[in-house]
Design a protein around this ligand. Structure first.
Ligand code: APR
Length: 374
């Protein structure tokens, strides 16, 4: 019985930026008031984790990375009433406190208690639940998932259907809704429309699925890794472009292909240049550009100011614009009822001790998502 006790288990630690992850024995303290301790069952590797590991986001090291996770509640702290030990849950990089201005406003989802922008790496009380050889280890986005046990605030986890296949649904914790929701919920892609998606990784692929489900007639996919193209075509991409093999800037090619620019452009890479290219691919009058990629901490976006006047829209979108605790469980249920299908995104599954092979699959671009199994 682990209730109320510190658990010793295995976790991946990034000791510094750009240093290889090492699997270590860590101590995971019991959850404090308003927190839950979760036995991880599966975790995806998402582009945002890569941004953290490369130091593109300002974070505190050492930390336990990962945020796209599914698990089972091991124990709960005082006052927790939305879940109990044994419940299947997803952890949420964007929490929903239901009390702050962002949560109370009907639109948007960027809860004030998130820990992405900026990343403190500590729980809401300012302390960490992780240590290794007596040293404090920081959390990642308050959702560290590359660990056999994690502690997260109750507001950063949500109970899901008992029938959920835990080796896959971790993708519904972040990557799938981030992309799919950007298309169907935030942009509200219209039937017959033309779309371009920059980046055909996990998030971009889910955007493609959302564009397709919304009835887009043309979906242009942009990626520098052509290994992404066959899978993207299978999901609904009609035209693939590799910017490195084009003689002109990609936005000019998109303009020529469409004549008038696209109705909807999505950026799912996290680079300033591709954000500008997405913006410049949009129809000048009614085009909508959605930024789903997370840019480096110090990046600035520079756009031709006069062109703003023409009427097009630039919009950021985080986790598909879903109020997370309200909406994520329904996405799991929709998956169980075959209304959506995340299976094409789960291209590999590996045990946690093969983390390095999984990271290699991520970096080589061979995987859309490689799911780690604990
Ligand atoms: N031009 C085009 N494609 C690029 C470029 C570029 N300059 N650089 C990288 N890519 C492609 C990669 O080849 C890869 O297919 O972008 C894709 C990124 O996908 P993933 O690495 O799987 O990342 P993902 O999890 O999809 O996240 C993408 O969304 O939520 C954010 O923080 C996340 O910024 C990240 C972005």
């Amino acid at each position: 019985n682990t209730l109320g006790k510190t658990i010793t288990c295995r976790a991946a630690i990034a000791w510094a930026k750009n240093s290889p992850l090492s699997i270590e024995e860590v101590q995971v303290e019991p959850p404090k008031s308003g927190e839950v301790r979760i036995k991880m069952i599966s975790s995806g590797i998402c582009g945002s984790d890569d941004h953290v590991l490369k130091g593109e986001l300002v974070v505190n090291f050492p930390l336990i990375p990962g945020h796209e996770g599914a698990g089972i509640v091991e124990s709960v702290g005082d006052g927790v009433c939305s879940m109990k030990p044994g419940d299947k849950v997803l952890i949420l990089i964007i929490p929903q406190c239901r009390e702050c201005d962002a949560c109370l406003y009907p639109k948007g989802n960027f809860c004030y208690k998130q820990d992405v922008l900026p990343c403190s790496g500590v729980m809401l009380d300012g302390t960490s639940r992780f240590s290794c050889r007596g040293q404090k280890i920081y959390h990642s986005f308050r959702t560290s998932s590359f660990t056999e046990y994690t502690v997260v605030p109750e507001i950063a986890a949500v109970k899901i259907d008992d029938a959920a296949p835990m080796d896959k649904v971790c993708l519904i914790s972040c990557g799938f809704p981030t992309g799919y929701g950007a298309a169907v919920n935030s942009a509200k892609v219209t039937p017959g429309s033309t779309c371009v998606v920059f980046g055909l990784g996990g998030v971009g692929s889910a955007i493609v699925m959302g564009c397709k489900a919304s009835g887009a007639s043309r979906i242009i996919g942009v990626d520098i890794n052509e290994e992404k193209f066959p899978r993207a075509r299978a999901l609904g991409v009609t035209d693939c472009l590799n910017p490195n093999k084009l003689e002109k800037p990609v936005q000019e090619v998109v303009m020529e292909m469409t004549g008038v620019g696209v109705d909807f452009a999505f950026e799912a890479i996290g680079l300033v240049d591709t954000m500008v290219a997405a913006w410049n691919s949009c129809n000048n009058s009614y085009g909508v550009c959605l930024i789903a990629g997370l840019a480096p901490s110090d990046a600035q976006l520079s756009l031709e100011a006069p062109k703003i006047l023409s009427g097009k829209t630039l919009k950021g979108v985080c986790l598909g614009d879903y109020k997370t605790r309200d909406c994520i469980p329904q996405i799991v249920t929709d998956y169980l009822q075959n209304k959506i299908n995340i299976d094409p995104l789960v291209t590999y599954q590996l045990p946690f001790n093969q983390l390095h092979e999984a990271l290699e699959l991520f970096h080589s671009g061979k995987a859309i998502r490689c799911v780690l199994l604990f």
